[in-house]
Design a protein around this ligand. Structure first.
Ligand code: SF4
Length: 268
């Protein structure tokens, strides 16, 4: 799940599977990590939009367990590498920007699938940066560990549709239970968080929005994102006809539906 919701368009590339075989103590020290070979799939040095209220650096982790047809990060979702960035390169950059950058966003793909996600978060925090994690919410076990260990400062979880209507997005059994567990974890223990939904036909209409909003009732912040038709999608049909985009009036109507259930609802 990416910065931006996993739906922000990102560059494509080629690559191989993550090197996830290296795991020692937790979290690894910077010195230990400099001896390892963790590779990131992309690296955006500055962003004003991915971490609310902060100038952030965005790190892309490859691989996703979802198949959202409107995904704009198809290469990342398939486990490819738009770029190949050594962790050491990122750590050096972050060390050189202390006092200028205000946070680091880890996105994907789905970052919680990476076996070294806790190490990565720990290293970034060792450099003094708050960490924002973008997730699809499918790994509450990993999310719980990161929250317990105080390794993330902000969690952004995508909610694609009512939890019992995730078939277009993933084929995993009992996904609704895991998503609900993640929602509860986030609301109970994340230092800061937001839930967000990409509003696109035919998955999100007023009835679906009401169901989603009830599911996260009492949440601090809920963000509705319009579908961005300008970038290629995992399923090319979403770039064709009929246009699945919801126009501003329709987005506003969805916001009216969701607002009573959450502390703050915004269209981004
Ligand atoms: S497939 Fe879905 S969850 Fe995975 S990166 Fe794309 S939009 Fe995010």
């Amino acid at each position: 799940m990416p910065a931006n919701g996993n739906e922000t368009p990102r560059r494509a590339g080629t690559g191989k599977s993550l090197n996830s075989s290296i795991k020692t103590s937790f979290p690894l020290t910077i010195a230990e990590n400099r001896k390892t070979s963790m590779i990131l799939a992309g690296f955006q040095k500055n962003s004003f939009i991915d971490y609310p209220g902060k100038i952030s650096c965005v790190l892309f982790v490859t691989g996703c367990n979802f198949i959202c047809p409107y995904c704009h990060n198809a290469d990342l979702a398939r486990g490819e590498y738009p770029e190949r960035i050594e962790l050491e390169t990122v750590l050096d950059f972050l060390a050189s920007r202390q006092g200028m950058l205000e946070g680091v966003v880890i996105t994907g793909g789905e970052p919680s699938l990476n076996k070294r996600i806790a190490d990565l978060c720990g290293l970034i925090k060792t450099l003094g940066y708050p960490v924002k994690l973008d997730t699809n919410g499918s790994r509450p076990d990993v999310l719980g560990r990161l929250l317990d260990e105080h390794l993330v400062d902000f969690v952004a979880m995508d909610i694609k549709a009512p939890l019992d209507r995730y078939h277009p997005f993933c084929v995993q059994p009992q996904i609704a239970d895991r998503l609900m567990e993640s929602i509860r974890l986030i609301m109970a223990s994340a230092p800061a968080y937001e839930f967000r939904t990409t509003c696109v036909k035919p998955f999100v209409d007023a009835a679906a929005m009401a169901t989603i909003a009830q599911t996260i009732q009492g949440a601090d912040r809920y963000v509705l994102q319009p579908f961005n038709r300008r970038a290629a999608c995992l399923d090319p049909a979403f770039n064709g006809e009929p246009d699945p985009t919801l126009l501003p009036d329709a987005m506003g109507e969805l916001k009216v539906v969701a607002e009573p259930f959450v502390g703050h609802c915004a269209i981004r």
